[in-house]
Ligand binder design. Structure first.
Ligand code: PGA
Length: 261
């Protein structure tokens, strides 16, 4: 984390009914309402977005979705548009999560179209990239991840890319309890920043690059101490409001220490 404003984003995946989401929001907000050191985002299932819009209004917590269509509107059964997300006060959208790529066959080309659409609509994409274990063991992790970033972003101008957030999520670390070492996370986030610099010049220094993969309240501080790790995308450890709040507070404490607040 250099001079960039850190981001802690929760990815609830396919968990939580409307009642559960509302209950979570009340308990979570109570714990984090004073946190000003970083941006907090909750990426909820589509059905919980509208109720959360009401719960989170005028709070420090931003709302995000977990996927979105590349189309504006039309005969696309089962899809959700950028406009629909804006309508329920989303400001962020996760795109290209490895579960979308691996389980639902999303390609780099589709993800590129989604990123373009989100940016054009005024949503901030959280573009996820990451290698699987085979690729890592072959020593090709950086190459794979840099390729994913280039394919998703290369048709956009530096100015268009300004609102982008990247999440580096090694597939072997997601939901496995196996976190990448902070050194590995730093190395990959730095490689991503180099690719971004090639695409958008010095503005790449302002892009938050998050790490994701078994992040918990106990390991967030170590990750945030790395210069190119600007926050975290958190799955399992974001499901309980009190433990996610603890993670956010631990992150905020690191920021406060670094900034000498
Ligand atoms: P995890 O998931 O924190 O449960 O490993 C991260 C993610 O998939 O975004």
């Amino acid at each position: 984390m250099a001079n960039r404003r850190p981001v802690i984003a929760g990815n609830w995946k396919m968990f939580k009914t409307v009642n559960e989401a509302e209950d979570y929001a009340v308990r979570f907000l109570e714990e984090v309402k004073e946190v000003t050191e970083l941006d907090i985002i909750l990426c909820a299932p589509f059905t919980a977005l509208h109720p959360l819009k009401n719960e989170l209004e005028e709070s420090v917590v931003h709302l995000g979705a977990q996927n979105m269509s590349w189309a504006d509107q039309g005969a696309y059964t089962g899809e959700i548009s950028a406009q629909m997300l804006l309508d329920v006060a989303c400001t962020y959208v996760i795109l290209g999560h490895s579960e979308r790529r691996e389980l639902f066959g999303e390609t780099d080309q589709e993800i590129a179209k989604k990123v373009q659409k989100a940016l054009a609509a005024g949503l901030k994409p959280i573009l996820c990239v990451g290698e699987n274990l085979n690729v890592r063991e072959e020593g090709k992790a950086a190459e794979r991840v840099k390729g994913q970033v280039s394919l998703a972003l290369s048709s956009l101008s530096a100015e268009e890319l300004n609102p982008i957030v990247i999440a580096y999520e090694p597939i072997w670390a997601i939901g496995t309890g196996k976190t990448a070492s902070s050194k590995d996370a730093q190395e990959m986030c730095a490689a991503i920043r180099t690719t971004l610099t090639g695409l958008m010049g010095p503005a790449a220094e302002n892009v938050p690059i998050l790490y994701g993969g078994s992040v918990k309240a106990e390991n967030i501080a170590e990750l945030l101490n790395e210069p190119d790790v600007d926050g975290a995308l958190v799955g399992g450890a974001s499901l309980d409001p009190l433990s996610f709040a603890k993670l956010v507070q631990n992150a905020a404490a690191v920021v406060a220490r670094v900034e000498g607040i």
